[in-house]
Design a protein around this ligand. Structure first.
Ligand code: TYM
Length: 338
């Protein structure tokens, strides 16, 4: 428990390491839009996280614009929320160093995403990839953010952020200095799976372009990808229990439900007993209806990188005002000379 009594704030981040897909939209960005009316929100394109693995510099810049443009196209309003690039706010890196000295090696050794990413080739991984979750904790706590909208895959990183906040508060005898940030994960779309393999997460790094629906896909591409999605030969069940052991069917039903605002049970009440020959065209239409207009706006914004750059730089200034103040307080607590 933290005795934190400060204002509620929301922060989240997305890596500019590939195209923005349906999983990012349902797991994260859609929540960003919902939260901006009720909270102070900070939405960050985490370019410093992206370089923990090699990124072509020109491509990194382009992808950073792409992610920022996706925020805007999906409805994040720069008048309500700060939209910025992580490297544009120096305080993230400054706090990350201090947190590197708070976090324990044992905590990082337990991070499953690191283990999954490096496999057997740990020796060749960057040091940054290992301390990645520490920088993530700094992203959140440099704003004293209390709520973090993310997909399910970020759960362990959020737990680490809470551990770091708690240990800092304890070590520097400052109860309530940092909040223990709450992950906002629940809800449909928290874990969208690949269209080619219902047991693997939909991911920017999937080598198959057909595994993801990207926000930039036009309506024909969306329809083609849904048509090609892996399924099984059986009809859809009438009850949710019938999805057990049918990962691909469960994923497609989940996507339809998340986009239409219906529960899985309601989707099955409508489509139970029907084959994929009926369900897939309905799903393709639903995805095209919800994602198609975002893609149109995304293409319009991407044609105007100067506008997007302006939003990022303005957002970075707004964010820096909050973050610099927190870092000043941290330095004071740690004992650095002001
Ligand atoms: P990243 O860039 O991999 O993903 C961005 C957001 O999208 C969510 N997401 C998904 N949600 C549902 N189904 C999926 N298949 C799916 N794939 C991705 C992620 O959960 C995430 O919310 N480490 C973070 C970036 C980060 C961050 C932060 C997040 C850096 N600093 C501070 C929150 C707060 C990441 O790699 O996300």
């Amino acid at each position: 428990m933290s005795d934190y009594k400060g204002p509620e704030r929301v922060l989240s981040g997305i890596q500019p390491s590939g195209g923005m897909h349906l999983g990012n939209y349902l797991g994260a960005i859609r929540k960003f839009v919902e939260l901006q009316d009720r909270h102070d929100c900070f939405y960050c394109v985490v370019d410093m996280h992206a370089i923990t693995v090699w990124q072509d510099p020109a491509k990194l810049r382009e992808q950073t614009f792409h992610i920022a443009a996706s925020f805007l196209a999906a409805g994040v309003d720069p008048k309500k929320a700060a939209i910025f690039h992580q490297s544009g706010v120096r305080a993230h890196a400054e706090l990350a160093w201090i947190f590197n000295c708070v976090a324990r090696l044992g905590w990082l050794d337990r991070m499953t995403q690191f283990k999954d990413k490096v496999g057997k080739d740990k020796e060749r991984a960057s040091v940054g990839l290992y301390t990645y979750p520490v920088l993530q904790a700094a992203d959140i706590l440099v704003y004293k953010a209390t709520h973090v909208p993310v997909g399910e895959d970020q759960k362990q990183h959020l737990e680490l952020s809470r551990d770091i906040a708690g240990k800092f508060n304890h070590d520097f005898d400052a109860p309530g200095f940092f909040p223990l940030p709450e992950p906002l994960i629940k809800g449909p779309g928290a874990r969208v799976m690949s269209l080619r393999d219902g047991t693997a997460k939909m991911s920017k790094s999937d080598p198959s372009a057909n595994a993801c629906v990207y926000l930039s896909d036009d309506r024909d591409t969306i329809a083609r990808k849904i048509k090609k999605a892996k399924t099984d030969p059986d009809a859809l069940p009438s009850e949710v229990a019938g999805l057990e052991g049918r990962a691909e069917a469960a994923n497609l039903v989940g996507i339809y439900g998340a986009l239409s605002g219906k529960s899985d049970a309601d989707v099955l009440a409508e489509f139970g007993g029907q084959g994929f020959g009926v369900f897939k065209p309905a799903l393709a239409e639903m995805v095209a209806e919800k994602i198609g207009p975002i893609g149109d706006e995304l293409r319009r914004l991407e044609a105007d990188p100067d506008y997007v750059r302006g939003i990022l730089c303005e957002g970075a200034q707004t964010a820096s005002v909050v973050a610099d103040k927190v870092v000043d307080e941290v330095k004071q607590a740690v004992g650095f000379v002001a």
